[in-house]
Design a protein. Structure first.
Length: 306
């Protein structure tokens, strides 16, 4: 059986003369958690909306579960789960009533509903809160309830657009554990996030910048292959002031700040001594993190465009 669940070929969306999504080609396999990362405005939500059959592509093609994005958009909408960046619950309905409402939307038969709603309440860790109004739930609970509403129909594919923005680290972890459980049960999950710890948990990551897909690989391969050179960490009291000067040094390829530290990409290990002499502190060679990979990819892409 073909295991490809989402596929696109040169998928493109323009708004007037502006290209929001630029010839994206990708494949997502069954049971994968596919992370979709990129700076604000890079086209993540627009791509997801096309994949959900909500927004018609300008050109290119794609299919979800074998259904064509344009010709079979209605079928796609019925088969998938989608939690949008600005998901909405009914504030004046209780937890139970919200789930029941979505069960109705997806035409889940009456005799099955109670059981399904119960399953969602278990999954979303909402036991004991069934009769609370959605309005009164805190952020993390709301997000898990919205997830319950999105998957009450047991979709084979789930699209999550920044599901964990604005909630606490504990809630984010609880949420991602549920996602991992769903993937273990063979649900295909495409998720956008700005959090590196979540990106680390994805099976594959696609990185999109200015509408273009500029990397698509496992977190491990991205960390091993994207950054060419030797990465050094420099902890310096005037980190933010020296960053511009460091970037001008002939042996420095890139420089970015990470909290109190600077990450300096050097041409080769031989340049460490020169760097130490310049800064007056001892640099430490480090392994690139996913964040380093993304900073580097975004910079590279901007250079190619300009
Ligand atoms: N309906 C629209 N009309 C015009 N421009 C649009 C429309 N929808 C999106 N855009 C533009 O397309 C670009 C990509 O937007 P999109 O929402 O896909 O980005 P994103 O990667 O999801 O960003 P974020 O991380 O902020 O959510 C942005 O410049 C946005 O302003
Ligand atoms: Mg978005």
């Amino acid at each position: 059986m073909d295991n490809t669940v989402i596929t696109t070929r040169a998928l493109t969306k323009t708004f007037g003369s502006f290209t929001a999504v630029d010839k994206i080609s990708m494949e997502v396999r069954r049971g994968e958690i596919y992370g979709f990362l990129g700076p604000n405005g890079s086209g993540k939500s627009t791509t997801i909306r096309m994949l959900c059959g909500i927004l018609e592509p300008t050109s290119g093609s794609g299919a979800v579960l074998g259904y064509d994005l344009v010709r079979e958009a209605e079928k796609i909408k019925r088969k998938i789960g989608y939690m949008s960046q600005k998901f909405s619950l009914y504030d004046d309905l209780t937890v139970y009533e919200n789930l029941d409402f979505y069960a109705g939307l997806y035409s889940i038969p009456q005799r099955e509903r109670k059981k399904r709603i119960g399953e969602m309440i278990e999954m979303a860790l909402l036991r004991g809160r069934e009769n609370e109004l959605a309005a009164n739930l805190s952020g993390g609970w709301k997000q898990r309830l919205a997830l319950g509403c999105a998957i009450i129909s047991r979709p084979a594919v789930l699209f999550l657009d920044e599901p964990t923005s604005g909630v606490s680290p504990t809630s984010r972890r609880a949420f991602f554990r549920i996602i991992q459980q769903l993937a273990n049960e063979n649900t295909t999950v495409m998720v956008t996030t700005h959090f590196m710890d979540e990106a680390e948990r994805c099976y594959r990551i696609a990185f999109i910048s200015e509408g273009r897909l500029i990397a698509d690989d496992t977190p491990e391969n991205l960390k091993n292959n994207v950054i060419k050179g030797v990465l050094a960490e420099v902890i310096h009291p005037d980190a933010l002031y020296i960053i511009d000067n460091l970037e001008k040094l002939p042996y420095v390829l890139e420089c970015s700040n990470h909290g109190p530290a600077l990450h300096v990409l050097l041409e080769s290990a031989g340049a460490v001594q020169a760097l130490n002499n310049y800064t007056g502190v001892e640099a430490k060679i480090i392994r690139p993190s996913l964040e380093d990979v993304f900073v580097s990819l975004a910079k590279k892409n901007r250079r190619q465009v300009s």
